[in-house]
Design a protein around this ligand. Structure first.
Ligand code: WTA
Length: 633
């Protein structure tokens, strides 16, 4: 086991106590295990009250030297990534730490030759391939701030993100194949760039035979640029508090927010949590099935594993391509020891014939993980018994884009697990539950809003270009604390169970979606006067999107109308945000101040209309009956 790995519950309790009482000395000791060019002035400063937390400021280093160069002597020939393409086959494609180092250095030189400098923003809109990781790491190596955009997002979403951070360069593919689908990434990028004035160059990495348009003034092929690139590159020293990346995530209001993570704290947090939550050993193979377009991919496919010299897998396909045995096949093929996925995937696959599991030898597995949404007990037990054969601890990891890395989770073999519970906080994390009056609930057994009381190294340092929104979203409702937006229950053992969002954010198949952005998209429909989007319970996706719409005139074909609504969502956001149910209503229940009472809509959407709660404060109580008796398509 690597140093700083906790291996017993007694040790966990001691380490936890120390981390809370002496955060500076605790994190300083750990930080010293990395390569720095210059030491920090102060371990941490700032407060949650003021939203100005900093860690290791003044310290100079480059995260890629710690992900790559540092391992070359001992682990140069070790595989950093196995690439598992969309088409299933038996070929193992491993890229060693030395190879990855060389590719990152070459691409860093390419970026510099295009005039990209420290602090510039670079947008990455790519297939799940090794080149995506190379692109991100090359940005980090030269100090450019990467902003990876999930390749399932629309041209509009890509344009919004590029424009919000004024990205100078875009890296994309000609296209990508995911399952049976071909996504024309270059075509979508071209469409997005019609609205973007800051992009000077586009680098296109070839992945398919897709025909593409070419703009000679702007576009260049990845492989041609790489042919001439030098293999040496001296990493640019960064301050620990310089931004490493921006990643956009949905909130309860407005457009997605660009979360800013900085180099130092993020390195400390992802490496420490990776080490303790997964406890990967020298010859293990670790596989996180997330997409690098989400925070899980950033922290637990790219940075966390590389910082720990782990062998990982980059998976381009889907759990059901070419059949629902794909994940289990890949586990057998690569002798995967650590497997990390979303409850949605488990729920979808447990509905399939068990032969898809039984066809493969899963005996290499040691630790199973879940992330992104609450896991129901049935799925937890299926995962435990059918995939883990009853002898792999399940780490149910709770965290967020904003937290940078895992916050509440069992440690495998250390913490006794309990289905549906993320269990206990990691060292450095001090959770608390708040009541409706804004007071901390001190009883052990309780339910309330989940906050974090003390700064931790991996936390978001800001919303790109919008300090006010940062303060308002996270530090205003419960002053002095970071507000997570999640509801949570604590049991008699002090174990935490996350119950879901308490704000207007939906979690559909583990994807975070703001109801406001979906409403904005569908309000563009010429017949829609007003809309309200809420979530409804969905047995595979966890939550589905339910749209209530007030329309002008009669809608004669509601099925066709639903399709039009979903086309708008697909075009403006992504197919992942499509409405599962659309209901046409003549009125929406509103408070006297004109706010839509979503609580009522949620009950209707969940088909729990027996007790509608207090509706006496409504401006239009008659709307409740109308909404209740309507039909969804
Ligand atoms: C939810 C994903 C229950 C939660 C890493 C959070 C979870 C949101 C869990 C963040 C879990 C994440 N159990 N709910 N283990 N993990 N969530 O930013 O509502 O995409 O606020 O980060 O996912 O989603 P995000």
């Amino acid at each position: 086991m690597k140093p700083f790995t906790i291996t017993s519950f007694e040790e966990y309790k001691e380490v936890y106590q120390d981390s809370i009482e002496n955060p500076a000395s605790f994190w300083e000791k750990y930080a010293k295990t990395f390569d720095w060019h210059a030491p920090w002035d102060e371990v941490h400063s700032g407060s949650l009250d003021e939203g100005n937390v900093k860690w290791f400021e003044g310290g100079k280093f480059n995260i890629t030297e710690n992900c790559l160069d540092r391992h070359l002597e001992e682990h140069g020939d070790k595989v950093a990534f196995y690439f598992e393409p969309n088409a299933s086959d038996d070929i193992k494609r491993g890229m060693t730490y030395s190879d990855l180092h060389e590719e990152v250095c070459k691409f860093a030189n390419v970026l510099e030759s295009k005039g990209i400098k420290k602090g510039d923003r670079v947008a990455i809109y790519m297939a799940m391939t090794t080149e995506l990781a190379i692109a991100a790491l090359a940005c980090a190596r030269i100090g450019a701030v990467h902003s990876i955009v999930f390749a399932g997002f629309s041209a509009q979403s890509l344009a919004d993100r590029i424009n919000d951070c004024d990205a100078k360069l875009l890296i994309t593919n000609d296209g990508l194949e995911r399952g049976e689908k071909l996504v024309p990434l270059k075509e979508i990028s071209d469409e997005a760039l019609e609205q973007c004035s800051t992009i000077e160059n586009v680098i296109v990495c070839q992945r398919t035979d897709t025909d593409i348009n070419w703009n000679d003034d702007r576009d260049e092929w990845w492989h041609l640029l790489m042919e001439g690139a030098a293999i040496d590159h001296e990493a640019v020293p960064m301050d620990a508090e310089d931004p490493l990346f921006i990643l956009y995530t949905s909130g309860s209001t407005g457009k997605p927010k660009g979360q800013v993570h900085t180099c130092g704290g993020y390195m400390i947090w992802t490496s420490y949590t990776m080490r303790n939550v997964f406890q990967v050993e020298e010859d293990d193979v670790y596989w996180c099935t997330a997409d690098a377009g989400w925070i899980t991919g950033h922290s637990y496919i790219i940075y966390g594993p590389l910082l720990n010299a782990v062998s990982g897998i980059i998976f381009e396909s889907t759990p059901t391509h070419p059949d629902p045995g794909r994940l289990w096949k890949v586990i057998e093929k690569h002798n995967v020891t650590h497997f990390y996925t979303a409850p949605t995937a488990i729920r979808a696959l447990m509905k399939e014939d068990i032969k898809y599991v039984n066809n493969y030898d899963l005996s290499s597995l040691k630790v199973l993980g879940t992330v992104g949404e609450p896991i129901n007990e049935e799925a937890w037990h299926w995962y435990d018994e059918k995939i883990g054969n009853g002898n792999c601890p399940i780490v149910d990891t709770w965290w967020q884009t904003e937290t940078g890395g895992i916050m509440i989770s069992p440690l495998p073999g250390v913490t006794k697990t309990k289905p549906g519970y993320a269990t206990l906080p990691l060292p450095g994390v001090q959770p608390a539950l708040m009541d409706d009056n804004g007071n901390e609930i001190t009883e052990t057994q309780a339910q309330g809003d989940l906050v974090i009381k003390q700064p931790w190294p991996g936390m978001t340092r800001g919303i790109w270009g919008n300090k006010e929104r940062y303060m308002e979203t996270y530090f205003t409702k419960y002053p002095g604390n970071y507000f997570t937006g999640d509801g949570c229950r604590r049991d008699a053992d002090g174990y935490y169970r996350i119950t879901g969002r308490v704000d207007d954010v939906l979690n559909v198949s583990g994807h975070r979606l703001g109801t406001a952005e979906i409403e904005d998209a569908i309000d563009d429909h010429p017949r829609i006067v007003e809309s309200a989007v809420v979530g409804y319970p969905h047995d595979v996706k966890g939550e589905g999107v339910y749209a209530f719409t007030i329309c002008e005139g009669e809608i004669s074909d509601p099925e066709a109308f639903k399709k039009e609504v979903n086309d708008l969502i697909t075009r403006q956001i992504s197919p992942i945000a499509k409405a599962g149910k659309v209901q046409i209503v003549s009125d929406l229940p509103k408070t006297r101040s004109g706010k839509i009472m979503r609580r009522i809509l949620r009950k209707v959407a969940a088909n729990e209309t027996d007790d509608m709660g207090d509706i006496s404060t409504l401006l239009n109580p008659e709307a409740v009956e109308q909404v209740k008796s309507g039909k969804a398509y």
